[in-house]
Design a protein around this ligand. Structure first.
Ligand code: I6G
Length: 676
């Protein structure tokens, strides 16, 4: 390529300023002004100008984030002001004692605090001299840390140069470098595919990524920073309140957590703690508690320090999500689709206030990868509503003679053959509905709330009915007699009547619910709704050729093959016929919303929801008569924003469209469903 005329220094410097500004909008404010493609174009222009004229490159250029040779070892950095640690409070009493000590010492009735989420990452110190990042260090032992300057430069939200005006000549900023949950999942998924070691949690992943001798590796890791205080300052004015200092950091282009609030007294602290605890699962990053700090710097100075921690701050920790216990047994559960899932039976342990005695081991590959054995001491994790899982083995505690675990060669319930499809991790029992375990699961699914919604017919009752031979398939439910039910353990006349009534009521259903209730593999609520909406009649769905199914929205080759296979099996068609003969019915036609509570309302879903998949959310909204679309416009009624929402969220705010965050959405949804 022919070299262009050398651009002026000012032109290149303006280009850098523009790129830095857009970096700031994107990484610090989470509010990009220009599309990614436009940003890429600016960066590419700078890259090519610097390539043609290397004398124009500066150390703080956005193009210079990576590039240095790998280090042999990290240098040491002595902190100008020690990086202290925080005292912990584990309950309200300890927070109340902390507040009382401050009130007594300062002789005040109520203290103003700044409260912030405590991110689970790695504490770092960033040194800016004349606004340029010159040094970055880990906390280390608080006195001396490791020189991670090259690595810190690769973190997009760490500015290489401060923006705005009025920053001191020397400014040391402290913060937590962390890995968002989504990035962590993707990183581990990549590691699994490449058969590399996975990180146990986002904290380890952040620490491991930042402490890489090769900064090119760090550059591939999805790291972010949240700044929480300052250290050494020379030649400049700093506000006299912690909250105002954080505002200044923001103005200077540093990323500060958006959840930070100023609050008053111990009541304010406890409210903040509860609020963050309820938001925790929906946040895009892990937090292990919240931090309260006296807001006035003058008051902080009066309080001083004790040992290695300030007396004016405390971390109020959430109950642990991980605990250690012992695996007493590994059982195999057979699911609705025949999948064999290993489940660890544990010595009961309290995790975050809930007793956990079972934890999933997912599948054979996971057991092998973690080398889990009966008798091992393991780390178990229970986060939010997610099923508890075995995270890792504490190998140091392994006793001699523990044998490697082997998956059974036959179905543990019906003794039929098992198979593992090529490229799959899951082993399945091939017996289908002849296997009592699969039969039970199929009936539980059929009667569940989102399927036929048979009130009162819980999992235990279904299991008992199958074990006692009262029912063999889903259609048998409708020929149950009152005495058969009332003679069962813990059942009486009244409860038998209630079950029969619920069965009767369930007969009037919708095509979408019925299709979903059949439990066809890979056919969730969303697909069932599509089939009902697009084809309108059971007969059509049953006879639709595979290539026609593939024409329908969101139906791919695997789903289409499962649908065709299901209806090609005579016993499935017989059950469908039996159900219709028993009186199960629905209105055929192409509109199948079950209620019109949200008729005329348009929804857009963005980000990751923690309590359900987006498909499920879509399904539930459609069932209420809503339309769910992919793009935000003025006509959109609501945008539902999960963790890490994308540009749809920004657009909704710009257009003034109501945004429902996950908690509010869940509340609203159940209210709408109750009405529907
Ligand atoms: O606000 C903070 C968050 C996390 C902190 C902190 C921290 O350590 C990981 N440490 C100190 C010493 C202070 N604030 C003052």
């Amino acid at each position: 390529m022919k070299a262009r005329k050398k651009p002026s220094k000012k032109y290149v410097s303006d280009l850098r300023t523009q790129i830095e500004y857009h970096n700031y909008r994107y990484y610090v404010l989470d509010d990009p002004e220009i599309p990614d493609a436009e940003y890429d174009r600016l960066l590419r222009e700078l890259q090519s100008l610097e390539k043609e004229h290397p004398e124009l490159i500066t150390a703080d250029s956005p193009t210079q984030r990576v590039g240095a040779k790998p280090l042999k070892e990290f240098g040491e950095i002595k902190h100008i002001i020690p990086m202290l640690s925080l005292d912990n409070a584990f309950d309200e009493q300890e927070v109340s004692d902390f507040d009382r000590r401050i009130r007594e010492k300062l002789n005040l009735e109520e203290i103003k605090y700044t409260a912030e989420p405590k991110l689970d990452g790695l504490a770092v110190s960033l040194l800016y001299e004349d606004g340029v990042l010159t040094r970055a260090a880990t906390r280390g032992d608080g006195m001396t840390g490791e020189d991670i300057t090259l690595n810190a430069r690769t973190v997009p939200s760490i500015p290489l140069r401060l923006i705005g005006k009025g920053f001191p000549n020397v400014l040391e900023v402290r913060g937590e470098v962390y890995m968002p949950k989504k990035g962590f999942d993707q990183l581990n998924e990549r590691a699994r595919k490449n058969q590399e070691k996975e990180f146990a949690n986002p904290r380890n992943a952040a620490a491991g990524s930042l402490r890489q001798l090769d900064s090119k590796v760090t550059a591939t890791r999805p790291l972010e920073i949240a700044c929480y205080s300052i250290g050494s300052v020379e030649g400049g004015e700093i506000p006299d309140c912690h909250s105002l200092i954080l505002n200044k950091l923001r103005d200077w282009g540093l990323r500060v957590n958006p959840e930070i609030k100023t609050i008053s007294g111990v009541g304010g602290c406890v409210n903040y703690y509860q609020d963050m605890a309820s938001k925790r699962d929906g946040l895009p990053y892990e937090i292990d508690g919240v931090v309260y700090k006296v807001d006035s710097i003058e008051q902080q100075n009066k309080m001083g320090f004790v040992a290695r921690a300030p007396r004016w701050a405390i971390a109020h920790k959430f109950p642990a999500q991980e605990e250690i216990t012992v695996i007493e047994e590994i059982d195999i559960q057979v699911g609705r689709t025949g999948a064999l899932t290993p489940v660890a039976r544990l010595k009961p342990v309290s995790v975050g206030g809930v007793t956990v005695s079972n934890a999933t081991l997912h599948n054979e590959d996971e057991i092998k990868r973690k080398d889990v054995r009966v008798g091992d001491t393991v780390v178990v994790r229970r986060a939010g509503d997610v099923i508890p899982e075995v995270v890792s083995v504490v190998l140091k505690k392994r006793t001699k003679g523990l044998r490697k675990f082997k998956m059974p060669a036959k179905c543990p319930v019906c003794k039929s053959e098992v198979e593992k499809e090529e490229g799959e991790t899951i082993i399945r029992c091939v017996a289908g509905l002849y296997c009592p375990a699969q039969r039970k699961e199929a009936i539980k699914h059929f009667s569940s709330r989102r399927a036929m919604d048979i009130e009162g017919l819980g999992d235990k009752l279904v299991e008992q009915m199958v074990d006692e031979g009262l029912i063999n398939d889903i259609a048998d439910l409708y020929s149950l007699k009152k005495e058969q039910i009332s003679n069962m353990e813990r059942m009486g006349e009244k409860s038998a009547e209630n079950i029969l009534q619920a069965l009767e009521k369930s007969k009037a259903t919708t095509l979408a619910r019925f299709i979903y209730a059949l439990g066809i593999r890979e056919v969730g609520q969303a697909t069932a709704q599509t089939l009902a909406d697009e084809l309108g009649a059971l007969d059509t769905i049953q006879n639709e050729p595979e290539e026609q199914l593939l024409e329908l929205p969101d139906i791919g080759p695997i789903v289409a093959a499962h649908i065709v296979h299901f209806f090609s099996e005579k016993h499935n068609c017989d059950v469908v016929k039996k159900l219709q003969q028993a009186g199960v019915h629905w209105e055929e036609g192409k509109t199948t919303a079950e209620s019109d509570v949200l008729k005329g309302k348009t929804f857009v879903l963005t980000g990751t929801l923690s309590s359900m998949t987006r498909d499920e959310a879509k399904d539930r909204l459609q069932a209420l008569g809503a339309k769910v679309t992919g793009s935000v416009s003025k006509k959109t009624s609501y945008v539902v924003a999960g963790a890490d929402p994308g540009s749809k969220f920004t657009k909704a705010n710009k257009l003034g469209v109501t945004v429902l965050e996950e908690n509010d959405f869940m509340k609203q949804l159940s209210e709408w469903e109750n009405r529907g």
